[in-house]
Design a binder for this molecule. Structure first.
Ligand code: MN
Length: 315
């Protein structure tokens, strides 16, 4: 915000061209996660594997379904990551192998730290008919990959306003507002909501890369149109960016320092070597105590897919 050179050219075409060198615009793909629920998977993609430590990003819904027909994801394991849920509409019950049982409601965050290993279920209550959520994974850094599993529920996140846009600070520090959500890397997540059309300049950390995803409505990021079919990515180096939100728009802004090491992401696991992922798979198949047990789930555990011969590292 205080870069003099940048301010001098801030309203010229030159500036827009300059900023555009840092911007990439990727189409995102759809996937089905069961019971006809379609999600848009923005990360990882062929073009962009991670944004900081954010290594997985699903935009689920908005969807309306008959009572009793909501999402029901049976017991499955995780290692080496944190799962992060930002609920926009509807409710979901989280149950895990370390004894947590937590209903998540709109405007709340669930953060599950898998670390060395955990298993969990996610089930929509029988009375529920709506779902709209962002579900993300955060890769744990090398020295935290094996920490003890933990679950945290955040019922309320701080909100700050600027230029008629409401910013809910989900992770990290933004506009001098700190999120309580505990992560292990330099990381940012902000929900931007505008009831009416609004334009603002957003301060950026030049050491961070960023991604913008539209959860509702449409926006314009320095001339790049954003809707629910694309992800706009900013490479490190920028100090601010102009963002225009059209009426009734909600964006998810992610940021972070480019991740310290390449990761392997396979099924529900994040690791560094193929061997440790293969071991985790075997332990899940053999019902090893590493992943604990979820006592009151009525249904089968998810089966691990076959292990591939060769994996591609993400970064
Ligand atoms: Mn999961």
């Amino acid at each position: 915000m205080t870069n003099t050179n940048y301010t001098e050219i801030s309203h010229s075409d030159d500036c827009e061209k300059y900023v555009n060198q840092f911007i990439q615009d990727f189409q995102i793909r759809s996937a089905e996660i069961g019971r006809g629920t379609v999600i848009k998977r923005a990360l990882p993609s062929r073009n962009k594997r991670m944004i900081g430590a954010w290594c997985f990003l699903d935009h689920a819904g908005p969807v309306t379904f008959p009572q009793g027909d909501g999402l029901d994801v049976g017991p499955h394991p995780h290692i080496g990551l944190q799962t992060f849920t930002w609920m926009i509409e509807g409710t979901m019950m989280h149950t895990d192998s370390i004894g947590s049982k937590q209903l998540i409601r709109p405007k709340q965050v669930n953060l599950m730290t898998a670390g060395h290993g955990i298993s969990h279920t996610e089930v929509a209550p029988d009375s529920e008919i709506h779902m709209h959520a962002a579900q993300l994974w955060i890769a744990l850094p090398d020295d935290k990959i094996n920490i003890a599993p933990q679950f945290d529920h955040y019922p309320e996140l701080p909100v700050v306003e600027q230029d008629n846009i409401e910013f809910t600070v989900l992770v990290g520090n933004f506009l001098e507002t700190q999120s309580p959500v505990k992560v292990h890397s330099e990381l940012l997540a902000v929900d931007l909501t505008a009831k009416e059309s609004a334009t603002t300049r957003i301060p950026l950390n030049p050491n961070y890369e960023y991604g913008f995803l539209a959860l509702e409505g449409t926006a314009n990021i320095n001339g790049h149109e954003l809707d629910d079919n694309n992800l706009v990515v900013l490479e490190p180096g920028l100090k601010e960016i102009e963002v225009q939100l059209h009426q009734g728009t909600r964006l998810l802004m992610l940021g972070g320092k480019p991740f310290e090491s390449p990761i392997l992401l396979w099924w529900n696991f994040v690791g560094r070597t193929q061997e440790e992922l293969a071991i985790a798979r075997e332990q899940w198949v053999n019902q090893d105590s590493r992943f604990g047990h979820i006592p009151d789930y009525d249904g089968p555990r998810l089966e691990a897919p076959a292990f591939p011969d060769k994996m591609r590292a993400s970064k």
